[in-house]
Design a protein around this ligand. Structure first.
Ligand code: SF4
Length: 480
């Protein structure tokens, strides 16, 4: 059995599942408590939390295994953002619970956002679970797992956990690419989102802590780091004198990795200085993931999303003026309560204008505890799906044109290994293709020419053809 990692962008966007559980590694403690597996559900931020737990478990005397069937201890890191994600989490718990009934598993711990949101209900409904851990108490995992639960620091029930460069963390995915969370929590008021209630107020790590972590990742062979936060552009506001621009300058100068990419940039906070750094700093990818959610003014008001100079059209045009080379990715929600035919026409028109290199479109999901769930004018599911397809189709037309413009150009590519569908080809990504959410580059050289090219190599590819959302090319040279 493998855990699923469904990346959720800005907590509204879902992309194809990736099977990842944990990297295998031996414990570093004097004592040996057994073998542990961590199953991650939900977004990339959850993946980071799982990696922190893996590090803590390893330091507390567990060997990490990648198959839950081989484990003595299973930790399921749940997602509680969407109702469907909570259902998926429960299904996973029930499935792993069977292993416990069969006597193959000694202990089952459930952590993450679903626990934060539905702890009491889950405790009542799932007696097979030994312990529940909230997102604030990740560092307890060692104590909980080793039956040494001690006095825990809790600040009046408020979320407070924030990992740093000293926190043990073991990467669970590929060894050339990693996510780094630079802040936790969110102070924004989006009416469709439960995250501020679950994750608490925004709190940023120090610049030094992030630089140190990225340095350590570089020493381990990581070439690409994707920076994460619920609201990336607010980074540093809770720390006197620190900002995202300052962090990027330091990472560019001292981070040690080849590529640093920004995911989930809330429109407010994007300014000239930030755009200029993204455009000119050597190691910062010319890429910005800017979730806009919609373009209709009335819907944006109902969503409590930015308007005025940070409204979708205004901020998009501003970015184009200051930094035309930045590859913009965005996400939209369709089927928000009260969305009319005119609203969806307006969104389709906006997409067809071709501002974005990639777009994710997600159907609205009424989440318990959010203001939007109680709004009138909820849209039937089938209608939401049709609207989604319509906006996706609009972006497909834009993509065909944008990708065709790249034919004949040379592009820097991070090679990810053999292509998932055939070992005769290599697969890679460019600086403007984030993992899991954007297209890829297929390298179709002869097998003998690519057999010595390993995953994590950075090379230059000449683009020769197109394949849907992907580009096809031939490898000209590599960095090794
Ligand atoms: S409330 Fe915060 S976390 Fe939720 S969608 Fe808005 S910006 Fe993102």
């Amino acid at each position: 059995m493998k855990g699923k990692l469904n990346i959720i962008d800005d907590h509204t966007s879902k992309v194809p599942a990736l099977n990842v559980v944990s990297a295998e590694e031996n414990h570093t403690s004097q004592e040996f408590f057994g073998r542990a597996a961590v199953i991650t559900l939900g977004c990339a931020k959850n993946q980071v939390d799982s990696e922190v737990m893996l590090g803590v478990l390893r330091n507390n005397g567990f060997d990490i295994v990648s198959e839950v069937e081989e484990a003595d201890l299973a930790v399921i890191n749940t997602c509680g953002f969407l109702e469907s994600a909570v259902t998926e989490s429960i299904d996973c718990i029930l499935e792993v619970g069977e292993l416990k009934k069969e006597g193959r598993l000694r202990k089952l711990i459930v952590a993450g956002c679903a626990v934060e949101r539905y702890r009491e209900e889950l405790q009542k409904a799932l007696p097979e679970v030994d312990e529940f851990i909230t997102t604030n108490d990740l560092m307890q995992i060692g104590d909980v797992a080793t039956d040494k639960i001690q006095n825990l620091l809790k600040e009046a029930g408020r979320p407070y956990f924030l990992y740093d460069d000293k926190t043990p963390r073991q990467l669970s995915g590929v060894n050339y690419s990693a996510y780094v969370k630079i802040a936790e929590g969110c102070n924004r008021p989006c009416t469709f989102c439960i995250i501020p209630k679950i994750r608490g107020a925004m709190r940023s790590r120090s610049i030094e802590s992030v630089v140190q972590e990225v340095n350590m990742l570089a020493e381990q062979g990581v070439k690409e780091v994707n920076l994460l936060a619920q609201d990336l552009t607010s980074y540093g506001r809770d720390r006197k004198g620190e900002s995202l621009s300052m962090l990027l300058e330091q990472l560019d100068a001292r981070g040690g990795v080849n590529w640093i990419r920004l995911l989930y940039a809330y429109p407010i906070g994007i300014d000239q200085q930030l755009l200029e750094i993204i455009s000119s700093a050597k190691h910062i990818c010319e890429y910005l993931d800017l979730p806009l959610q919609h373009v209709s003014e009335q819907l944006l008001k109902n969503m409590k999303r930015p308007l005025g100079r940070y409204a979708p059209r205004a901020i998009t045009e501003y970015i184009r003026t200051i930094a035309p080379a930045i590859h913009l990715r965005t996400t939209f929600i369709v089927g928000f309560p009260g969305e009319s035919e005119t609203d969806i026409d307006e969104l389709e028109k906006f997409v067809l204008e071709g501002h974005f290199g990639s777009v994710g479109v997600f159907t609205y999901s009424a989440e318990e505890g959010t203001p939007a769930a109680l709004m009138p004018g909820q849209i039937p599911e089938q209608e939401k799906q049709q609207r989604r397809e319509r906006i996706m189709l609009a972006q497909q037309k834009v993509n065909e044109k944008r990708l065709a413009e790249m034919l004949g150009t040379d592009i820097e590519v991070l090679i990810e290994g053999v292509h998932p569908e055939t070992d005769l080809l290599l697969s890679g990504r460019s600086r403007f293709q984030a993992p899991e959410v954007d297209g890829t580059i297929i390298i179709n050289d002869l097998a003998e020419e690519i057999e010595n090219v390993s995953a994590g190599t950075i090379g230059t590819v000449e683009i020769t053809d197109l394949a849907g959302y992907d580009l096809i090319g031939t490898l000209k040279y590599t960095d090794n």
